[in-house]
Design a protein around this ligand. Structure first.
Ligand code: ADP
Ligand code: MG
Length: 697
């Protein structure tokens, strides 16, 4: 059925159009000003907005409202209150006040706070974020909010994100003024997050404890077919998947989410959805809603959506490409190379600032994407390596080299014209070879940060991008504000910056072994796993950075570090316990049953014919018995490792044990079990196999 898309788009969102239509002129003006400048909202304005919101929401079928927030667990949280308010003894009216809109109080004690909040002070507050639109879903008015403790520390991912957006704007404006731009009032960062996911039939999913408890398969021998034929990538959509995607688009469109592109991905049963980019905080909210709806709509189709980074061993995992750019409030993208030299100076300066930021804060870039699930991707032969580097494309490499080498470089006037490059390079967007192995690639007018995991909240990577670039801007502005001849100094600055940070630029194959060696020679970081990455989070230089820009205090950084380490340990612990349970109660008994059956067959055969050939039975019984006893020993080792790790007091030491001892023990157990799977009759194997999971849909 063809629906009227423009009519249904954003139908459930309390957006600018709705506000203009429903709010008194003065109130509308005041609220749009707050949205644009990020200021405080006036109490009287809040009452009017709340009332209009409530009336609109009720028309859309809402009976409840909720302050919607993003706790540090990486998912969203909500607590629903109804609009009802008693009148007399047996009547109610629907009410919603400005106070209820602006601030909510919730028991924060069960959300992770990394020691930020003593349990006796369990109160947490949610504060309305007027810059993200409220919306109605499932009969409830959703109000996007920030979440903080009684003492004002951020307990969520959104607060630092909003602060980082302010930081890059403030420092960027300083720089623009030095370049003669008096017009721009605010810089905005934009994000388009391409989301990958797997789909699986619910009837198979329900039979796999590993998928249910951990989101990924902990055992599983490869299917005869994987992704080697590359017949799935951009292949035609299966009808069940197509029906699912249609429903998903429709649900997202009513919420005003620009779901634009959908296609099959590299691995079997893997897909991708890309929205059109928007302002960062909105892109973050929308990505969370996209993930939620991917799961919810799948259920309706008797499917399950897997957002885990690595549901299956041996085929590609899922990531998320965070396309990032920064532009002015009147719509100019600062990463657009442009066509005139004057604009190119601005572009090169911003470009240099980003290269400097990424080089100086490789650790934070890596930390921002570190996650137990993502450890199975980064550095494996499919996702970007764990080493952070930048791909800029051939033309920019040439320009940067020319600038660094000072070729035909004659100083202050019209510097770009003197580079020996006849005209301004034309950046044909698609001439870059779209190097898929680069973790951070310039793609014409934006950078694509490709290390993110599919299940992650994209807030943190954007906090890091915004804040580190704000720091480069700050240093540039500090230097330029001190000199008379700004143009000349900019030329010098660009050259020095490129020279100092060129090492982070790499155009080759990021998957290769040579790159690892080369990167080491260049002194680039290679933080192989999440725990190694987390350990650096609270390094002095990082705390200084976040404090200087008012993005996070030292306490906030340290608490996040602790939560990240904690979370890592918890995830691996659940995986280990799930493996132990599956091996002990399902797999080892199943193999024993099959071995008994085969042995019994041999005995019966012998009873019938004395000299009968039993070599098959003997072989199967021998092989499986040997493997099963190895599996059993590996299981005992895993139990010991898990217990030892779980009992370790210190959060960092504990995480180290999980990554260093428990994970290898899990891999060892898996190797024996996967081999047994290939030798055991299908009817005896207690789990649906990889073929079913990936191809039977
Ligand atoms: P692909 O990387 O798959 O080739 P595109 O280049 O078309 O795809 O864009 C990928 C994503 O980048 C889309 O979500 C798109 O909206 C987003 N994007 C485009 N321009 C910008 C920008 N200036 N800032 C942030 N994201 C952008
Ligand atoms: Mg992409």
């Amino acid at each position: 059925m063809i629906k009227n898309v423009p009519e249904m788009f954003g139908n459930m969102v309390f957006n600018d159009d709705v506000m203009r239509e429903r709010l008194p002129k003065e109130v509308y003006k005041s609220i749009t000003k707050t949205i644009a400048t990020g200021g405080m909202i006036d109490a009287s304005v809040a009452d009017t907005v709340a009332n209009a919101m409530k009336d609109w929401a009720i028309e859309k079928g809402a009976t409840h409202y909720t302050h919607w927030f993003q706790p540090l667990t990486g998912v969203t949280a909500e607590k629903h209150d109804s609009f009802i308010s008693p009148v007399g003894n047996c009547k109610v009216v629907m009410e919603f006040s400005g106070k209820e809109l602006i601030k909510g109080e919730s028991d924060a004690s069960s959300f992770p706070s990394g020691g930020l909040r003593a349990t006796f002070e369990a109160r947490g507050y949610t504060a309305w974020d007027p810059a993200s639109y409220a919306f109605v879903k499932d009969g409830t008015l959703y109000i996007p909010t920030a979440f903080c403790s009684y003492t004002g520390e951020a307990l969520d991912t959104k607060t630092p994100l909003l602060r980082s957006m302010d930081a890059i704007s403030a420092q960027g404006i300083r720089l623009l003024r030095l370049l003669g731009d008096e017009r721009t009032q605010r810089l905005t960062t934009t994000v388009g997050a391409e989301q990958e996911y797997f789909i699986i039939d619910k009837k198979f999913y329900d039979k796999r404890k590993d998928l249910i408890f951990t989101g990924r398969t902990l055992f599983g021998a490869p299917a005869p077919k994987g992704q080697e034929l590359e017949d799935h990538y951009f292949g035609p959509l299966k009808s069940r998947i197509s029906a699912y995607m249609t429903d998903l688009d429709e649900a997202l469109w009513t919420l005003g989410i620009n779901s634009k592109t959908k296609h099959n991905e590299a691995a079997p049963a893997q897909h991708e959805l890309a929205p059109i980019y928007s302002t960062t905080n909105i892109a973050v909210d929308q990505n969370l809603l996209i993930m939620e709806y991917m799961k919810k709509i799948a259920e309706k189709h008797n499917l399950v959506c897997l957002l885990h980074e690595k549901p299956y061993k041996g085929v590609n995992g899922s990531g998320k490409h965070n396309n990032w750019s920064v532009g002015t409030d009147y719509g100019r993208n600062l990463l657009d190379p442009g066509k005139t030299p004057a604009e190119n100076i601005k572009f090169l300066l911003v470009f240099a600032a980003i290269i400097k930021a990424v080089d100086e804060y490789q650790d934070l870039m890596r930390i921002s994407v570190a996650h137990a699930g993502n450890d199975h991707r980064l550095g494996a032969n499919e996702a970007p390596p764990a080493i952070v580097s930048i791909f800029v494309g051939e033309e920019l490499v040439e320009i940067i080299d020319a600038i660094v080498d000072g070729k035909n470089y004659v100083g202050s006037k019209a510097p770009m014209m003197d580079l020996g490059i006849p005209s301004i390079p034309t950046f044909r967007k698609d001439t870059t070879d779209r190097n898929r192995t680069s973790p951070f690639a310039f793609t014409g007018n934006k950078f694509e940060f490709r290390m993110l995991g599919s299940s992650q909240n994209i807030a943190m990577p954007n906090v890091v991008l915004n804040t580190t670039v704000a720091e480069s801007f700050r240093q540039f502005a500090d230097r330029l504000e001190k000199v008379e001849d700004v143009r000349a100094e900019i030329t010098k600055l660009i050259r020095e910056t490129f020279a100092a940070h060129k090492r982070i630029i790499f155009e080759g194959n990021g998957y290769s072994e040579e790159w690892k060696e080369e990167a080491e020679k260049r002194g680039l970081l290679n933080l192989a796993n999440s725990v190694d990455a987390y350990k650096r989070f609270a390094d002095k230089k990082n705390i200084e950075l976040f404090e200087r820009h008012g993005v996070m205090s030292e306490v906030e950084v340290r608490s996040r570090q602790e939560i990240l380490l904690e979370n890592y340990s918890k995830i691996v612990n659940i995986e280990a316990l799930t493996m132990i349970e599956m091996a002990t109660r399902d797999i080892i008994p199943a193999v024993n049953a099959y071995v008994a059956k085969v042995a019994e067959t041999a005995v019966i055969k012998k009873q019938m014919i004395e000299n009968v050939n039993c070599s098959v039975e003997r072989d199967i019984v021998t092989k499986l018995s040997t493997l099963n006893s190895k599996a059993y020993r590996a299981l005992e080792e895993l139990k010991k490792a898990e217990k030892d790790a779980a009992e370790t007091e210190n959060a960092e030491k504990r995480a180290e044990k999980y990554v260093g001892v428990v994970i290898p023990a899990m891999e060892k157990l898996r190797s024996f079990v996967d081999e047994m799977e290939t030798l055991t009759a299908s009817e005896y194997w207690p789990l649906p196999n990889y073929g079913d999971l990936m191809f039977n849909i």
